[in-house]
Design a protein. Structure first.
Length: 289
């Protein structure tokens, strides 16, 4: 099926390793506390927002209560789920810089069952400057999310493409981090810097932060280039690389225009199954409930 790179269990996957069997997870008996995961890469255009939406939707399909946090001033995550960001009076920005707001009043329901959203818009671009003088400025997002940790199983933070204060806040609030990595050699150059930043945050601010994995995105199995990039990433980072690989397909921009996840827009497409496999792999790794 076009758009998928999900070989059967035991076969060699695109990463060159035998693909384990990732069974469908059993239903949960209750919800919470949430595991917070930052989707992070300082390079733009690597599939962070696409992966946040679709991994969240796949986890929701498996009965997990999921909260997506749009932490990018571009607001692409919010727009991709049908939110008119320019009409919003309160967003994640207000939660960060103003007292007296309840995060539950700002959470938006999406059309996908079990999938909620904390939206953002261009106002968030001012937050970085405003937070510089705050006490414990790196821990403000942790405080913002604390009231809803018991309401969800997974909280996914879509980070902006930089290593500034907002991204540091996301990594400080997170239990785990996923690095979406485009299958292109130039995209690999910044990964060492990002991992160095993650190591510093683990050492100085968040000792519990865990690398959940590197996710190869925009893979094109027809090109030697894509295959070589994936093999090179596995050579460098080994088991930190997810077995699941997300292929390039026109279905992703189509789903974005329809303002819904690929799992509902094209439910039987290989790209939807790839994100379901990623959700199962993340759960199997202990990265989600």
């Amino acid at each position: 099926m076009p758009g998928t790179e999900t070989a059967g269990a035991g076969q060699l996957g695109p990463t060159g390793r035998p693909l384990p069997d990732f069974p469908e997870p059993p239903p949960l008996r209750g919800h919470g506390p949430a595991r917070v995961i930052a989707m992070c890469n300082q390079k733009g255009g690597v599939g962070k927002t696409t992966s946040t939406i679709n991994l969240g939707a796949a986890l929701a399909e498996y009965g997990r209560k999921v909260l997506l946090v749009d932490f990018d001033p571009q607001g692409a995550l919010s727009v991709g789920l049908g939110i008119r960001t320019h009409e919003l009076e309160t967003t994640i920005y207000n939660l960060l810089v103003e007292r007296g707001h309840d995060i539950r009043d700002i959470v938006q329901r999406t059309r996908t069952e079990n999938l909620d959203l904390v939206p953002a818009n261009i106002d968030l671009s001012a937050a970085e400057v405003q937070l510089v003088g705050e006490v414990a400025r790196e821990q403000i997002l942790s405080r913002v999310l604390r009231p809803v940790l018991e309401d969800y199983d997974v909280i996914l933070i879509d980070c902006q493409p930089s290593l500034g204060l907002l991204t540091v806040n996301a990594l400080t609030a997170a239990h785990g981090v996923i690095i979406p990595l485009e299958c292109e050699f130039f995209a690999m150059r910044g990964v060492a810097l990002l991992i160095d930043t993650i190591d510093k945050i683990t050492d100085r601010l968040n000792p519990g932060l865990h690398m959940d994995g590197i996710l190869a995105t925009m893979y094109d199995g027809r090109t030697l280039h894509s295959k070589e990039v994936v093999r090179s990433v596995v050579d460098h980072f080994g088991d930190q690389v997810f077995h699941t690989v997300i292929s390039r397909t026109v279905k992703f921009p189509d789903a974005t225009l329809a303002a819904e996840p690929i799992t509902s827009y094209a439910s039987t497409h290989g790209a939807a199954e790839a994100y379901r496999q990623l959700a199962r792999e993340l759960i199997a790794r202990g990265g989600a409930a």
